[in-house]
Design a protein around this ligand. Structure first.
Ligand SMILES: Cc1ncc(COP(=O)(O)O)c(C=O)c1O
Length: 400
């Protein structure tokens, strides 16, 4: 019998839903036209792209002309940051952003922009007072993510949108980990720019969207044809865009079907039952057992298990059939503790002893039962080998 494999790494990527695959299929084969061509093959592709644009716009509550299709979250973030700032401008972002924002901001700092990274609290949330204090006369752009990819912590984006509006500053939010998990309304958020990524919401890898509010002047990253109203040159990835449109349509439907509540209930059970079975462990940023410290997206929990190496536990669990992540997927392989957990004031040892579980609408009760069975077992086995676990508490150099 093949080994049972349970996937709980949806914040890294998600599989296509069958409906998404079916919607895309013809655009690889018989409907292969270039959306810029005048003939009927081209028109067919164009109308599919425009229908997808309408569906994505409905998910974000914006106009379809404000949707720019990109190659993913990373490109959308880069387009936002590079596209609206000039040398001499100040960019206000946070220490807990994804590297797609952090490293873009780092590059911009080398290219004449001033960059400030806002801190977060021990729950991984940024504070409005810090943001207000950090504003400068030359602040051009605030970029704060809607939900964190490692902890799931939701940031106060609507309040930030108000501050941005009062200050006449552009506001970008990376909503890659929020899309299809939380309702998104760009009017309510008050953002000028918002990034999402297809593969985090059951559309294909290599697809993304940047919402660009009407009248927001943005320079493209690529030069070429006049695609995407001159905001993103290059022949459209028609099949991918169709997949993105279908995934957006399904996400909207899912909100009405209570899917988020079902996922949150699974996540909460997973978290509570693992913590009931493992000592010297806890939740980063949202301890449901203690009242729930911070609002999180419904699918994510990040747990720490002192006295072991998270990466080793990821491998041990993979051998048992459970796929999870030791931090953000993009950072795996690097031995540096997560920059997000570090920004929350978590010690390097505890950050390295942390695991992210991220569920999706495909996660079942049985999947959760499986994780509840294998995680405590793997933790106990690894702790047997831990040089610190058996020491009396007072001599253990970890706790923070
Ligand atoms: C918050 C966040 N932003 C941006 C990205 C990058 O998106 P993509 O993989 O589509 O380039 C990710 C991917 O993990 C993410 O979690």
């Amino acid at each position: 019998m093949p080994m049972r494999r349970v996937y709980m790494d949806a914040n890294a990527t998600t599989p296509l839903l069958p409906e998404v695959m079916e919607a895309m299929r013809p655009y690889f084969m018989e409907r292969f036209g270039n959306a810029s061509s005048v003939h009927s093959f081209g028109q067919q592709a164009r109308s599919a792209v425009e229908q997808a644009r309408v569906n994505v716009a409905a998910l974000l509550h914006c106009r379809s002309a404000e949707i720019v299709f990109t190659s993913g979250g990373t490109e959308s973030d880069n387009l936002a940051l590079f596209g609206v700032t000039q040398p001499g401008d100040h960019i206000l972002t946070t220490a807990i952003e994804h590297h797609a924002v952090l490293h873009a901001a780092g590059r911009l700092a080398q290219c004449g922009r001033e960059v400030t990274l806002l801190p977060c609290d021990s729950n991984g949330v940024i504070h409005l007072d810090d943001l207000r204090r950090a504003l400068r006369p030359n602040t051009r752009l605030i970029s704060v993510m809607m939900a964190n990819n490692e902890t799931g912590a939701i940031q106060p984006v609507e309040a930030i949108g108000k501050i941005a509006a009062e200050s006449g500053v552009l506001f970008h939010t990376d909503a890659v980990q929020a899309a299809a998990k939380l309702p998104i309304d760009v009017e309510a958020i008050g953002c000028h720019l918002l990034s999402i990524s297809g593969h985090k919401m059951h559309a294909p890898q290599g697809t993304g969207v940047l919402f660009v509010r009407k009248d927001t002047k943005i320079d493209p990253l690529f030069y070429g044809g006049t695609h995407e109203r001159q905001r993103r040159a290059g022949t459209e990835n028609v099949a991918g865009i169709v997949g993105m449109g279908k995934a957006a349509e399904i996400a909207r439907r899912s909100f009405n079907e209570g899917v988020s509540q079902r996922i949150a209930a699974l996540r909460d059970r997973l978290e509570q039952e693992i913590l009931a079975r493992v000592d010297q462990a806890g939740v980063h940023g949202g301890d449901v057992a203690h009242g729930g410290a911070v609002a999180r997206v419904p699918n994510t929990t990040n747990l720490w298990f002192d006295h072991l190496e998270g990466e080793a536990l990821v491998i041990a669990l993979d051998l048992k059939g459970l796929a999870i992540s030791g931090g953000s997927a993009c950072a795996s392989g690097a031995s540096e503790p997560s920059h997000v957990l570090t920004a929350m004031g978590i010690s390097a040892a505890r950050a390295r002893a942390s695991l992210r579980f991220s569920l999706s609408k495909l996660t079942t009760e049985e999947d959760v039962d499986f994780a509840i069975a294998v995680v405590p077992q793997a933790v106990a086995q690894m702790r047997e080998l831990s040089p610190t676990y058996h020491l009396p508490q007072s001599t253990i150099p970890v706790a923070s």
